[in-house]
Design a protein around this ligand. Structure first.
Ligand SMILES: C[S@@+](CC[C@H](N)C(=O)[O-])C[C@H]1O[C@@H](n2cnc3c(N)ncnc32)[C@H](O)[C@@H]1O
Length: 210
């Protein structure tokens, strides 16, 4: 993997297929950890950092959250806005095109979540940044990739995006954070034109004390 996860890479990733066929990620459902980790939370304001085509942002909006979906790629946000309109939650989601490696929101959020986003910066530093946008009393939910090395299947994410749950937790100051979930689950997904892909994930949820 020699390229950088920069604007060009993600613009190309999200560029619509000339045939009009949507990519798997453009139609993907939200990942299962949202329901499991957030279903009991009282809705408030939420940021989905690197929201892509908006599956998670739309899930949150449908449950009453006021969501900001931020992503680098214009075409991803176009697709996300189409999905929001189609599912009747457009009034509860705001889409922001932003480079999250440099963006600074002017508010903090009751929930900040990021799912499989790997920008052109060290992954753990990106998570530090994302965590700093959580309001006092708010929740951080990080879902990331766990790289299992070469030869582990078609859906294998790049090594640079890989993190361990313990490494994320080690950066959350215990005076400031209460960690509720830190795990490395696996699941299978029908995708990428093959019958099933094994996904190795990292899930960390924490609540900010102050
Ligand atoms: C693998 S996709 C995941 C999308 C979505 N969260 C999901 O789970 O389906 C990673 C997303 O992060 C976005 N991204 C990458 N670097 C970014 C950056 N510097 N700022 C904002 N978004 C970025 C990409 O455009 C892409 O939509």
């Amino acid at each position: 993997m020699t390229h950088s996860f920069d604007q060009d890479y993600w613009d190309q990733h999200w560029r619509p297929d000339p045939t009009g066929a949507p990519s798997a990620m453009a139609v993907s459902p939200p990942h299962p950890y949202l329901v499991r980790e957030l279903d009991d939370l009282e809705p408030g304001t939420a940021l989905d950092a690197g929201c892509g085509a908006g599956a998670e942002a739309l899930w949150l909006a449908a449950r009453g959250w006021q969501v900001t979906g931020a992503d680098l790629a214009h075409d991803a946000l176009v697709r996300a806005a189409e999905r929001a309109a189609a599912s009747g939650v457009a009034d509860r989601v705001r889409w922001v095109q932003a480079d999250l490696t440099t963006w600074e929101p002017d508010v903090s959020y009751d929930l900040v979540t990021t799912s499989y986003a790997h920008p052109a910066m060290p992954q753990l530093e990106f998570y530090d940044q994302v965590a700093s946008w959580v309001a006092a009393g708010g929740t951080l939910l990080i879902v990331g990739h766990l790289h299992h090395g070469p030869g582990h299947g078609a859906g294998e994410p790049p090594a640079a995006a890989s993190v361990r749950a313990d490494d994320i937790v080690a950066r959350l100051d215990p005076d400031r954070w209460v960690v509720a979930t830190a795990e490395e689950p696996s699941r299978t997904l029908a995708a990428h034109g093959v019958s099933e892909v094994a996904l190795h994930d990292v899930v960390v949820r924490a609540t900010r004390r102050h």
